[in-house]
Write a protein that binds this ligand. Structure first.
Ligand code: HEM
Length: 385
């Protein structure tokens, strides 16, 4: 992994498509959307307050996935999913998502599975579906119809990323209703499980380490006296908050699957080996983040790695939770804003304790490209007082 420049190079890169997305996902574009993210986080606080008052434990990992799904779906699609307003806070929806991720993992090797499922009539799927599956299908058909209407009326705006794709310089062949709908849906898929799971890891480790929790709380309280914890301006100035989030991303590895790369035109050199043009190679972020040569005691959650000058440089060099290079994650600024805001507000506002949760409940037991915990585990649960 020391020759990262070769591994990350990728020549088959579509700059027009990237520019279309980047218009929506640059830091300044995301800050324009800050109000909407804050609204979702405050809605999350209101739902958690219900649990606080009734002393009911919360499946926090599932709730974080709902928040992330609501944020990105409101941004990408004409209408957001609004899972945080559901009675079960989106729990069944995420159970379905987990099963579909398992199917997608098999589909990577047997690529006929998903196309076969896709041609099944919706009425037939609904016969065997759980409420979460029906909900997912309804969301999709509603938004697909919206996309058709937007294309049919020729309305041009930047109301959502889907609208923005139509309002861009992409060729007309990329502007069919089905194409822009699928692209927007891909954003929802890419931005939900990843961000929700990252928050689950951050919170598990903070709550399992009283000293880290106390230090973070102290720094958040100090920042809250000088600024507003719901504002990016304040949040970006809390180094310990960023250290905790980075450590959560390092240890959680929200993209656990290998990332394939190939260069159709040039040979790739790696550690003295030369691979001919067109050779598909892949890398694993997880292997790098959990390698003791780069991150000593890799399974220990230690935010100091990101603060201590003697460790920081090496830690940063072998840290790529969002990938690197031209195909790196388009949603990193949005994800960072969400993670900072949720972590700061929840840990400052609520007193949370782990409930029937050990590391075995949150660590990866299945690699479905994203990491999933063991079957039968509820993931991170907390009580709120
Ligand atoms: C903690 C949260 C997140 C993590 C750790 C993460 C990580 C990643 C990684 C590792 C990749 C692959 C990069 C590569 O191939 O080198 C990726 C791609 C991508 N991510 Fe994220 N992501 C996160 C959140 C989001 C969000 C919120 C969005 C919403 C827009 C998003 C949208 C995408 C898209 C569209 C791609 C594909 C880019 C392409 O192939 O050109 N991600 N992400």
């Amino acid at each position: 992994m020391s020759h990262t420049s070769d591994i990350y190079r990728y020549t088959n890169f579509d700059s027009e498509r990237y520019a279309t997305f980047n218009r929506f996902f640059s830091l300044s574009a995301i800050l324009d959307h800050e109000k909407q993210v804050r609204k979702c986080v405050l809605q999350l606080c209101a739902r958690l307050e219900e649990h606080r008052q009734t002393n009911r434990p919360v499946v926090l990992g599932s709730v974080f996935r709902s928040l992330a799904t609501d944020v990105i779906s409101q941004y990408a699609l004409p209408e957001g999913f609004n899972l945080l307003s559901e009675r079960d806070l989106g729990k069944d929806y995420h159970n379905v998502n987990r099963k579909l991720s398992g199917v997608a993992a098999y589909n990577r090797h047997l690529p006929f599975i998903i196309p076969t499922l896709m041609v099944l009539p919706t009425w037939l799927v609904k016969l065997a579906a759980t409420p979460g599956m029906v909900q997912m299908l309804n969301f999709q058909s509603h938004n697909r119809n919206q996309a058709r209407q937007i294309v049919a009326t020729g309305k041009r705006s930047d109301d959502s990323v889907l609208h923005g794709m139509l309002n861009s310089d992409l060729p007309d062949s990329d502007k069919t209703a089905e194409r822009i709908f699928q692209e927007a849906l891909t954003l929802v898929g890419a931005g939900s499980e990843t961000t929700g799971s990252a928050l689950e890891h951050v919170f598990y480790h903070v709550l399992a380490n009283p000293a880290i929790k106390a230090r973070l709380f102290a720094d958040l309280s100090e920042a809250a006296q000088q600024g507003d914890l719901t504002s990016h301006e304040t949040l970006k100035q809390i180094p310990y908050l960023d250290a905790v989030i980075k450590e959560g991303l390092r240890i959680g590895n929200e993209v656990s699957g290998r990332l394939p790369r190939y260069d159709p035109h040039n040979p790739i050199t790696y550690k003295g080996y030369v691979f001919p043009p067109g050779t598909v190679i892949s890398m694993s972020i997880r292997d790098m983040h959990l390698d003791p040569d780069y991150h000593p005691e890799p399974l220990t959650f230690d935010p100091e790695r990101w603060l201590d000058p003697s460790m920081q440089k090496r830690s940063e060099q072998f840290f790529a939770p969002f990938g690197k290079g031209t195909r790196s994650c388009v949603g990193r600024e949005l994800a960072m804003l969400e993670m900072r805001m949720v972590t700061a507000i929840l840990l400052h506002h609520f007193k949370m304790d782990l409930f029937r949760t050990t590391y075995d409940d949150v660590r990866m037991q299945h690699d479905f490209f994203s990491p999933f915990h063991a079957d039968g585990s509820k993931g991170l649960q907390v009580t709120i007082t």
